[in-house]
Design a protein around this ligand. Structure first.
Ligand code: SF4
Ligand code: SF4
Length: 382
């Protein structure tokens, strides 16, 4: 029987540098590519303000320096400003990851007063018809644009995130044009990661290779054009895993630098790990330090001892750590398998099959499963 007990080297893990605080799974939007867990509706016992403050203190004492507030929509929490102020006072660099819904000029000013360092707003498409179909809200797009302008006016760097998939990727020129109009300093054009609701809808979201190549070429043309115009807006294009030959270095390695605390206090090595058939500890029952260093969950895939062939003898294992555990599980049913995205994986055929299935899927945006509480209840365990 395989011995999964962590080695001494694994137990001497470094400090968590990054803390992602998923304050809530509540959100007014219904994006079919949302990475929240399918059963989010079952997790309604959110940490209180005082419990979050305790988490911040514990994480900072362990050496964490950077933190993101996300969700769901973190602006749903009325104590967001209080938590930001506490984090800043502790010395964290703070980032708000938001849809922009729930923001207004007064709240931007309150967040500024609290010391928030950075705001990232997501856009869904170039026009309100497509954005509305994706978000399940006809008003969201206009609100996002207004808030993007207000954030810029408040003196924040304008960082926009656009999740790309087959339904909006052909709008790439118009999306970038919109970002230029808004005065963005940086734009992340991120092909959607296929976890949570995105995995549920994956054959209806994955773009074709031709779409992907055209979007990458368009992005490169925009980079040249912007450079020629002296515009230093940065364009980052993130290729979907399913078209890569090697997996991403997921979270810089399992339990290496990153941890997520979910709305109910469960602590995860990445925000998608809740999909795995494992029990994760919670800050309501265990100290964060003990969770990070001592828990079975955080040591299970730490280091290299857990790696199967071909990873364990592969020269690239220090670069990608064998890929993503969540993706390995979602595709193979085995969280300890080599990430099938890797062309060296014996399961790489699953990726090719997924691409073929996606090519046969002709669903419109309206036919995808929206991320909302009603649909989530279907996945809630009794
Ligand atoms: S992806 Fe969409 S539905 Fe999910 S949390 Fe973000 S805005 Fe809400
Ligand atoms: S075999 Fe494993 S370590 Fe090697 S490139 Fe593929 S996923 Fe990375």
């Amino acid at each position: 029987m395989t011995d999964y007990s962590p080695s001494h080297a694994e137990l001497s893990a470094g400090a968590p540098l990054w803390l992602l605080a998923e304050l809530t799974y509540r959100c007014p939007l219904q994006c079919p590519y949302c990475s929240n867990p399918l059963d989010f509706a079952a997790q309604d016992h959110e940490l209180t303000t005082q419990e979050w403050i305790d988490v911040l203190h514990q994480a900072r004492a362990m050496g964490a320096v950077q933190m993101g507030f996300s969700g769901g929509e973190p602006l749903v929490r009325k104590d967001l400003e209080e938590l930001v102020a506490e984090a800043r006072q502790l010395g964290f660099y703070t980032n708000l990851i938001t849809s922009g819904l729930g923001l207004d000029e007064a709240r931007i000013q309150a967040l500024r007063n609290a010391g928030l360092d950075h705001i990232q707003i997501s856009l869904q498409a170039a026009d309100s018809d497509m954005a509305g179909a994706l978000a399940g809200s006809s008003k969201a797009h206009a609100r996002k644009l207004a808030m993007a302008r207000a954030v810029k006016d408040a003196g924040y760097p304008m960082v926009l995130n656009v999740v790309l998939h087959r339904h909006n990727i052909d709008q790439i020129d118009r999306i970038i044009e919109l970002c230029v109009e808004l005065g963005a300093d940086a734009v992340e054009l991120a092909n959607c990661q296929l976890y949570g609701w995105a995995h549920l809808n994956r054959t209806g979201l994955l773009p074709s290779k031709a779409q992907l190549d055209a979007a990458e070429a368009a992005t490169e043309r925009w980079r040249e054009r912007l450079a020629g115009e002296g515009n230093d807006m940065r364009l980052l294009f993130v290729v979907p895993d399913y078209y890569a030959e090697r997996p991403k270095a997921c979270m810089g390695g399992w339990g290496a630098i990153f941890m997520t605390v979910t709305p109910d206090g469960t602590v995860l090595p990445c925000h998608s790990a809740r999909d795995l058939p494992m029990t994760f500890p919670t800050v309501r029952e265990q100290a964060l330090r003990s969770i990070w260093y001592d828990s079975f969950a955080f040591n299970r895939f730490r280091g290299e001892a857990w790696m199967p062939a071909p990873c364990r003898s592969c020269d690239e294992r220090h670069k990608d750590y064998g890929g993503c555990r969540c993706q390995a599980f979602l595709l193979t049913g085995d969280p300890a398998a080599t990430d099938p995205v890797c062309a060296l994986s014996p399961d790489h055929g699953l990726i090719e099959t997924a691409r073929e299935e996606a090519a046969q899927d002709v669903r419109s945006v309206a036919q995808l499963t929206p991320r909302n509480a009603r649909e989530s209840k279907v996945f809630c365990r009794a």
